[in-house]
Ligand binder design. Structure first.
Ligand code: IVH
Length: 756
């Protein structure tokens, strides 16, 4: 299936699936949805007449016009209840009343799917609990997995690993293969055999403290016999189909919340402020790995799982050892046939290198291990009608076409929007101008095939031209920005048309602000998408650029029109917002950089830049000095390419952007980047160059090792080089190093230096 690049589309399609939004309207992280229920304790106020809405039977007798009117009324009532609850800290209805409203809304939507509103309350689940959970920093980061969809990718995975390790093709290499559980990951920290903490994945570095809740799960032992002094067990919390159905049936009877799928039910049940609620939910846990350890568990993945089993954990019984891609694929097919009857949701098969010493050597890329791969099951498909195409303008000006669909159930989730990627995709071409879908274009009114793969935004796979209405016209992609009217241009080689309005385009401005407050960036509690939109449109207390977030309290104090009586804000919520903003006046360098929303600079790049420069002043000095020197320094950082380097340099060279960044920085204390492991390694902070052929490890491994020890690895020798590692047949680089007086060592000395 073709996968054109889609600019910002994947980020900004509103309300696609139940799983992707919470009640604040902020996008959630897959596997980490906020609790699905509101805490108990709201006092009834009688403000909403809900008596007449709880009767589900009466839904059967509604006419279409009545249903439409009622969906409108329900959306308003639920929205008002949400605002009262979240923004004002003053709930106006009880939990049961709230759930009844949502349930009636869902029942009417089920009977009249075509009436489902674009802003349907069903598309919002859960919300962060009022007080929130404590935070726990994982001793070892919780990463995700690289995905594969096609059988050929297994052989590529095997080849990549062999190449990295320098293993010949005929040397046997064993993998484990096990189901990929569709739940949410949990890290359990045992100290001297006693469960000390349990944390959700969170952003991978820091998760939520759900210790009390985890203790209520029968599959999670409280005590381990003969365990290492420190052991972090990692695995997946999930809910069995039968338990999920029973929970929902009970919920429907009592008017409590009904969950969209077992994964949401598991997430909502684990992330409860009251552990007694978690206890009443039938959660289960499979252990599949570990984090920090004081002593190794075993020599192989399989033996380590065996030890986890001996400690009392449940390890998935379908875990097998496989010798090579063919055996892995055979086990994948086997698990696929068992999938419908397993009794719990799985979304693929995970392969891992069995030998733990090899896992160690392979190590990690920025967010995924090199030694593992998730082979996903194919996407679920469904046909529906394309009712319209909207153009959204993203943070970087990308014009993204969004399909408005007649709502359709795709694998258990109602879908009403999907990304259409870009204008070529609609026209039936890929980025090189080659036909896709045999050149069939997509028109409004067409029957289209929608698919979802895992958690990603729904997409359009195909179009049925035989069902095309006679008057359907080819879609004309706008050449001006629908938001600000500026020309929207396509640069050569770019599949995306972009608004050239920059910061004068309100859509770009507001999207940048949303990005600024998002989870990996400033993550300001109480300042989500909805609130940013409201402040952006507010003339009395506006936020139009990031710096203005930090002058909000000051301006509020000086202003006669106080925030507290407007825009749904109460006294407490306004004070809480100002406090939340204050806590972010101190910010780590990487988060600051990511928050700027500079094109191509994602979370990983921001981290690489922060580690390289160490401080904001060093980075600022580089980016505001000579452009040529800045580009040279940037591309020398492993993981930063010329396109990203240019984008950074351009951002700081643009007077408006620079002014906005400087104005922002003036309100902040930007923390220097931590350089983990750097202090006690002999190569920490040094710039290394490898040349010639290494015999005991590949160049890629040597580079990764050096970087893990805090070194910078450059491609060419210069006066800044500290050390040249010269393998066999080293040539001109070694000569140049000698000429510059750079220390040159051979492979053995290199291995000795790093203690390998
Ligand atoms: S191993 C370094 N094994 O899938 C990451 N993950 O898409 C090691 N998952 O965050 C993860 N079943 O929550 C692993 N058998 C399995 C899994 C599994 C489900 C989840 C896990 C992870 C996500 C990545």
């Amino acid at each position: 299936m073709p996968e054109p690049t889609g600019g910002d589309a994947s980020r900004s399609v509103p309300g696609d699936t139940h799983a992707e939004r919470d009640r604040t309207g902020r996008a959630g992280q897959p596997g980490n949805n906020p609790a699905g229920e509101r805490p108990v304790g709201a006092e009834p106020s009688g403000q909403f007449a809900v008596d007449d809405t709880i009767d589900l039977a009466s839904v059967e007798t509604l006419t279409k016009a009545q249903a439409q009117a009622e969906l409108h009324r329900l959306a308003q009532a639920i929205d008002a209840a949400d605002t009262a609850y979240h923004a004002d800290d003053a709930p106006v209805i009880t939990d049961a009343e709230y759930d009844a409203l949502k349930q009636r809304n869902a029942a009417i939507e089920a009977r009249f799917p075509e009436l489902k509103r674009p802003d349907s309350p069903s598309d919002r689940i859960g919300a962060p609990p009022a007080e929130g959970f404590g935070k726990i920093r994982h001793a070892r980061r919780m990463l995700s997995l690289a995905n594969a969809f096609e059988p050929e990718e297994l052989a590529e995975f095997d080849t990549r690993i062999r190449r990295y390790l320098g293993l010949p093709v005929d040397q046997p290499l064993r993998y484990t293969a096990e189901p990929k559980i569709d739940g949410l990951s949990l890290s359990l920290r045992y100290e001297n055999g006693t469960l000390a903490h349990a944390a959700t994945r969170g952003d991978g570095e820091t998760g939520e403290d759900v210790t009390a809740n985890a203790r209520t799960i029968a599959d999670i032992p409280q005590q381990l016999a003969d365990a290492p002094a420190l052991l972090e067990v990692r695995g997946e919390v999930y809910m069995r189909h039968a338990d999920f159905q029973a929970l929902n049936a009970r919920a429907a009877e009592t008017g409590a919340r009904v969950f969209a799928n077992p994964r949401n039910a598991a997430a909502g049940s684990l992330r409860q402020l009251d552990p007694e609620i978690t206890r009443s939910r039938p959660l289960a846990f499979f252990a599949y790995g570990w984090g920090a350890l004081s002593d190794p568990l075993a020599a192989t993945q399989m033996q380590a799982l065996e030890r986890l089993r001996a400690f009392g954990f449940t390890v998935n019984p379908l875990t097998r050892c496989c010798e090579g891609p063919d055996a892995m694929l055979a086990h994948y097919r086997h698990i696929e046939t068992l999938r419908p009857d397993l009794g719990y949701d799985i979304d693929g098969v995970v392969y891992k290198i069995d030998d733990l010493a090899l896992q160690e050597r392979l190590g990690f890329r920025s967010t995924t291990p090199r030694w593992a791969l998730a082979h996903k099951f194919p996407a679920e498909l469904a046909w529906t009608v394309l009712e319209g195409i909207d153009i959204q303008v993203g943070r970087t000006g990308a014009l993204s076409p969004v399909a408005r669909l007649r709502p359709i159930n795709v694998g258990g989730v109602m879908v009403s929007n999907a990304t259409l990627h870009n204008e070529d995709y609609i026209a039936g071409r890929d980025s090189r101008g080659e036909p896709i879908r045999d050149g069939r274009d997509i028109r409004i009114g067409d029957r289209v095939q929608v698919y979802r793969a895992g958690d990603v935004i729904p997409k359009i796979a195909d179009v049925d031209i035989s069902a095309r209405p006679a008057d359907a016209q080819p879609f004309v992609f706008p050449e001006t920005c629908p938001e600000c009217g500026s020309p929207a241009l396509r640069e050569p080689g770019d599949s995306v048309r972009r608004c050239t309005g920059g910061l004068i385009c309100p859509a770009q401005q507001v999207e940048r602000l949303k990005h600024f407050v998002s989870r990996g960036a400033f993550d300001i509690e109480g300042l989500g998408t909805k609130q940013i939109e409201a402040f952006f449109a507010d003339d009395q207390l506006p936020i139009r650029q990031p710096a203005e977030i930090f002058t909000l309290a000051e301006r509020d104090a000086a202003n006669l029109t106080k925030l507290k009586n407007r825009m749904g804000w109460g006294e407490t919520s306004a004070a809480n917002l100002f406090r939340a903003i204050d806590t972010r006046r101190t910010i780590p360098l990487n988060r600051f950089l990511f928050a700027l929303g500079i094109r191509h600079v994602g979370e990983n790049a921001a981290q690489l830049l922060a580690r390289h420069f160490g401080s904001y002043s060093a980075l600022h000095a580089c980016l505001t000095g000579s452009a040529e020197a800045a580009l040279a320094e940037l591309v020398d950082i492993n993981g930063i390419g010329p396109v990203m380097a240019q984008s950074l340099v351009d951002a700081f060279a643009n007077p408006e952007e620079r002014a906005a960044i400087d104005a922002l920085a003036a309100h902040l204390s930007i923390q220097d980047a931590e350089r983990p492991q750097a202090q006690d390694s002999p190569v920490a902070g040094k710039t290394l160059v490898f040349t010639g052929t290494l015999t005991r490890m590949t160049r890629a491994e040597a580079k990764a090792r050096a970087e893990a020890l805090g070194a910078r690895v450059a491609g060419s020798v210069s006066a800044k080089t500290d050390l040249l590692v010269a393998g066999e047949g080293a040539g001109s680089k070694a000569a140049k190093a000698e000429a510059l007086g750079v220390t040159v060592i051979d492979e053995d000395a290199w291995l000795a230096l790093i203690g390998a």
